[in-house]
Design a protein around this ligand. Structure first.
Ligand code: FAD
Ligand code: SIN
Length: 596
């Protein structure tokens, strides 16, 4: 791009930083209030943003490159921000600028599909504050019925750029296949980007270095027990026995897996995460994005697969894609890998399978709507366990923010509105959620002390989000929580005695890593919310999608939350990321073999 004169740049920056207050006002949707209008007013031409050809691809490549040229990198913008919540330094990582900043429509912060941040962004629209809006794919190009559809070719198309999609793409690419990875949302990462706790794996190099004895056979047993023995035992065996390899694979890509914690329903510290207890998802997605870029894998956002194509024998032959700018087009492929994730964000689908869960809050990203299951069903895939929808016990109050199970794993206790414990905090999620639902107000509080907060960096994030109450005394905390102070003090005293005795006679909690002690005490108000869909398309141990007769749909593979069978009727915390890596690798390797 030919850069315009320095004076113009300075003037423009000034306008964006302090001026344009009219355009920033909520609800101002006149054309001049959009970013394009502001740019035009400052003599910035269409070509300055779009590039000479003015053609916009679905990744909006030129636009985003030019945003950075003029306004600076994420790092630079983040360092300038005075916002309490820094949008350029969020867990979403370095995403397209155009995800939030729109040229020809009101801009809106993507964060607010899940949060309710009050931050202002330039040329913001009136829907800015709403965090309950349904996500709709914006498309700018409509094709006439007679217009010929563009066709491309690839060896393998991967549907959905979450963890399973990236792992399958990287694996297939490294096995020599030409891969196109398609993502319907404006950013990659899916639910994988939100993963807070960690990845379960047994008998890893990390566990061994810490002197922790574990065994894949035990992981399989605990996974089956957690899933109420409804899991596919063959899939569980693969999950468990290849979990250690999965962690090695992640380390080989550059991931940090050096911290260990315990998740519910498990007897040992098996949940691997980055140092300091940092959230695993944003870290892994950063690593995946870097690895895909290094390999020059063709990753396209704003690209929704609307149909899987097959021939008259039922063999999969490619996909039809709806691009935000390119419109409908076809990719012919010798194999397709469906990694389109689950459907816990789809109110209608959840309501259909579990009417009692309709309208409950969901921890999921807005694109977790289950399209991948529907696409596969249309080419013959069998589905299983669709009504098995997991409720996570601890979402932050009235928000969509998940309070990680690792907070309990780090030592927090759950108390009710009477200030009393009521459940083994590290039981499986189905039981913990049911216990909270049985409390008055169907909510509870996590209570923890200073050392526990320090051991889990995610708690600092909840503090920034305003979800944590704190006090120098138990009495002070009880007042803030609205629970009886004497009862809370007695609960903490009794729990600390159980910690010292390494025996919890009341609730049989096995792992009590730290006691609840000051100088500061903290609490988080929590409610259960929709979290994971255990059901999906049926696969075999080769990650081939099976049809209603139990035979593979030729050329179709699947991995991750879009599949059913791995987790049975209740997933253990930390096992989903294992699922994405283990079966993502199998799907990628087998699809690459198939196309050869
Ligand atoms: P996703 O990561 O959801 O990716 C699927 C992608 O496909 C999405 O980006 C979606 O937009 C895209 N897509 C859908 N349809 C289409 C289409 N038609 N065309 C193109 N793209 C499409 N599990 C753990 O094991 N440990 C944890 O710590 C953990 N923490 C979690 C925290 C939160 C808040 C949430 C919501 C989940 C957590 N889970 C955790 C569960 C885990 O993150 C998910 O089950 C897992 O990441 C799913 O990975 P996936 O690759 O199958 O799907
Ligand atoms: C959490 O950290 O509580 C989520 C982990 C998971 O869903 O596996």
């Amino acid at each position: 791009m030919k850069l315009f004169k320095t004076g113009t740049v300075l003037l423009f920056s000034l306008v964006l930083l302090i001026g344009s207050s009219m355009a920033w006002a909520e609800g101002n949707t006149s054309k001049n209030a959009f970013l394009s209008g502001i740019h035009k007013k400052n003599q910035i031409s269409c070509a300055d943003c779009h590039g000479k050809s003015l053609v916009v691809d679905d990744n909006e490549t030129a636009l985003n490159k030019n945003c950075v040229v003029c306004h600076g990198t994420f790092e630079k913008l983040a360092s300038k921000s005075k916002e309490h919540i820094n949008p350029h330094k969020s867990h979403l990582g370095e995403i397209n600028c155009t995800t939030c900043h729109k040229g020809h429509a009101p801009s809106k912060a993507y964060c607010n599909y899940c949060h309710s941040f009050g931050m202002k962004i330039p040329a913001m629209g009136s829907a800015e504050q709403s965090n309950n809006k349904k996500w709709t794919q914006e498309t700018t190009q409509k094709k006439s019925k007679t217009e010929k559809m563009k066709t491309e070719n690839a060896d393998i198309v991967v549907i959905g750029a979450g963890g399973a999609g990236y792992v399958a793409s990287i694996t297939a690419h490294d096995a020599g296949a030409k891969v196109i990875l398609l993502e319907k949302m404006p950013i990659t990462g899916g639910n994988s980007m939100l993963a807070a706790g960690g990845i379960n794996a047994a008998a890893t190099q990390i566990q061994k270095a810490m002197g922790i004895q574990d065994d894949p056979a035990v992981m399989a047993k605990e996974t089956m027990k957690g899933g109420r023995e409804k899991n596919d035992p063959e899939l569980v065996k693969i999950l468990s026995y290849r979990s250690s390899d999965a962690v090695d694979f992640l380390i080989s890509l550059g991931a940090d897996m050096t911290d260990l914690v315990r998740s519910g329903g498990v007897h040992v510290n098996r949940t691997h995460r980055p140092v300091g207890g940092a959230a695993v998802g944003p870290h892994l997605v950063k690593v995946y994005r870097e690895n895909a870029a290094k390999r020059k894998i063709d990753v396209r956002v704003n690209s929704e697969v609307v149909k899987i194509l097959s021939d008259k024998n039922g063999k999969v032959t490619g996909v039809q894609v709806k691009g935000k700018h390119s419109g409908l087009y076809t990719i012919n492929a010798k194999a397709v890998i469906d990694t389109a994730g689950g459907f816990a964000a789809n109110n209608d689908l959840v309501g259909f399978y579990k009417p009692q869960f309709k309208e409950t809050a969901s921890s999921n990203q807005p694109g977790a709507t289950g399209g991948g299951v529907v696409l596969a069903e249309k080419v013959g895939a069998k589905t299983i366990d669709m009504e098995q929808i997991q409720i996570h016990p601890t979402m932050g109050g009235e928000t969509k923010v998940l309070i990680s199970e690792t907070v309990r794993g780090s030592g927090a206790i759950l108390v009710n509105h009477a200030g009393k414990r009521f459940v083994n905090e590290l039981t499986t999620r189905d039981k913990a959620s049911a216990a909270i639902f049985a409390q008055p107000d169907k909510s509870a509080f996590l209570v923890l002390g200073e050392d526990i907060r320090k051991s889990n960096v995610q708690i600092d994030g909840y503090i920034v989000l305003g979800l944590v109450e704190e006090s120098d005394s138990i009495e002070g905390l009880a007042t803030k929580m609205g629970v009886p102070a004497t009862a809370l003090a007695a609960t903490i005293e009794s729990y600390n005695k159980a910690f010292e005795a390494k025996n919890d006679p009341e609730f049989k909690r096995q792992d009590m890593p730290m006691k609840i002690a000051g100088p500061k005490y903290y609490s988080i108000w929590v409610k259960p919310g929709r979290h994971h869909t255990m059901g999906g398309v049926k696969i075999n141990t080769e990650a081939q999608v099976l049809n209603t007769e139990g035979k593979p749909v030729a050329g179709l593979y699947a991995a991750g939350e879009v599949t059913g069978g791995v987790h049975g009727w209740n997933r253990l915390g930390g096992n989903a990321i294992t699922d994405t890596v283990v079966f993502g690798r199998i799907a990628g390797a087998n699809a690459a073999k198939f196309v050869k």
